[in-house]
Design a protein around this ligand. Structure first.
Ligand code: ARG
Length: 271
């Protein structure tokens, strides 16, 4: 056998070993006592897109905390595992790609339930109501989208807020320059540094931002889009979906939901 052939055979052998090792690594999923399959044994792996306070953001120590985190912790507890959070772009979350590829078991990202997303994800029962809100710097309030003609309006890429604004601009033929930012932090930064004169996002995240940065920004207008947030699992993962819904129902009936609401959101809106 000549040297070249030797080298080729060695390479093939190495590839084969690599493939086997690769398999073993992919195969580290687990099943809980209750028969729920998990992508990683001993953990409930959650995909989210940071930051999105008060639903998910890093605290001073770098730990991811928030309303969604606390609710999914209840699901993990039911499964007797701990929650592990993966920060990943919103696009892969809402498209179902991350759940389909086994990056995570559940998506918890302040994500609105929409008909389009229902085609590619299975949503839990709704766990939070939200609307869209227009924020501006204090003293620079605008009440309507019409007033933004010729100006720059910021939105968060891939979100229902972006969809809402793009539809309004089209339907009403508004001459607004809509600028999409990759995450909430970039959008809020753009508003703070005058790159945009107004920014649209879900009302609760503006309320949180105003609490954290008093006096800087105001909610100048609201759009009652009647959105509801849902957690999502891979299409067809009925066992995990049931566990999520059971945990939510239990939390609502035993007062845990209200406690978590008070901790992360504040005073509960009157029913
Ligand atoms: N509720 C909006 C939507 O579903 C925004 C969600 C953004 N969430 C996040 N974690 N970045 O489109």
């Amino acid at each position: 056998m000549n040297m070249a052939k030797h080298a080729r055979l060695a390479a093939v052998a190495l590839l084969a070993i690599g493939a086997v090792a690769g398999c073993a690594k992919d195969d580290e999923g687990g099943t809980t006592e209750g028969g729920v399959a998990l992508v990683k044994a001993g953990a409930l792996t959650t995909c989210t897109h940071l930051p999105y306070a008060p639903f998910q953001s890093k605290d001073a120590s770098g730990k991811v905390v928030g309303f969604d985190v606390a609710l999914i912790d209840l699901v993990a507890k039911k499964l007797n595992v701990t929650q592990e959070i993966v920060d990943t772009p919103f696009e892969g979350i809402k498209s179902g790609a991350d759940l389909n590829s086994g990056k995570c078991d559940v998506a918890a990202a302040g994500m609105t339930i929409t008909d389009e997303r229902k085609q590619v994800l299975d949503f839990s029962d709704p766990y939070f109501d939200a609307t869209q809100a227009l924020a501006t710097q204090t003293g620079k309030e605008v009440k309507t989208l019409e007033e933004l003609a010729g100006k720059r309006l910021g939105v968060q890429g891939g979100t229902t807020g972006e969809d809402y604004i793009k539809t309004q601009v089209k339907e009403k033929n508004l001459k607004i320059e809509v600028v999409s930012y990759k995450d909430l932090a970039a959008l809020q930064q753009a508003l703070a540094t005058n790159q945009v004169v107004a920014a649209v996002n879900d009302l609760p995240v503006w309320n949180e931002y105003i609490k954290a940065n008093p006096g800087k920004v105001v909610v100048a207008a609201g759009f009652d889009t009647g959105e509801q947030y849902g957690f999502a699992v891979k299409k067809g993962n009925a066992e995990l979906l049931k566990t999520v819904n059971d945990a939510l129902a239990a939390a609502r009936s035993d007062g845990t939901y209200d406690k978590i609401y008070a901790e992360w959101i504040g005073e509960k809106p009157k029913a």
